[in-house]
Ligand binder design. Structure first.
Ligand SMILES: [Cu+2]
Length: 143
């Protein structure tokens, strides 16, 4: 079938590519949300539940979003009674296993939002996997 409307054709192609990417990664994401930050704070944290639906490990090597200047994978750790954060250059999902990003543990550190994000808004963050697949995930901003 040929699409005569170029905008519609481009949209269909984009949707096909997104579907292909999610399937290729073999990873599904549930409960993706970003915590609303107080006015003037240029940093937000993103949380999600990841599920590896394949029998091979899947490695997230980067994350990025057009709504933030920088996205990094962080882990909250407690050292000598002090809570801090460390950068995780990549994160491995074991075969057929789940991994939770939650307050107090792994999170996506979202720096310098390019627009004001309030509860109810939605942002797309792209998870990049080793080998090339990119999984776009819609995150809901919550209080
Ligand atoms: Cu952090």
């Amino acid at each position: 079938m040929r699409w005569r409307n170029p905008v519609f054709a481009a949209l269909m192609l984009a949707l096909t590519l997104i579907a292909a990417a999610s399937e290729e990664a073999g990873v599904s994401v549930r409960n993706a949300w970003v915590r609303e930050s107080p006015p003037g704070v240029a940093m937000m944290a993103g949380y999600m539940a990841l599920q590896n639906n394949t029998s091979r490990s899947q490695v997230i090597v980067a994350a990025h979003s057009s709504d933030f200047e920088t996205v990094m994978i962080h882990r909250t750790i407690v050292k000598n009674g002090m809570a801090g954060m460390e950068h995780a250059p990549q994160i491995e999902l074991a075969p057929n296993a789940s991994l939770i990003f939650a307050p107090g543990g792994y999170h996506l550190m979202l720096m310098n939002p390019k627009r004001t994000l309030r509860a109810g808004n939605s942002v797309v963050i792209n998870l990049e996997f080793r080998g090339g697949p990119v999984l776009p995930v819609a995150f809901e901003v919550r209080k």
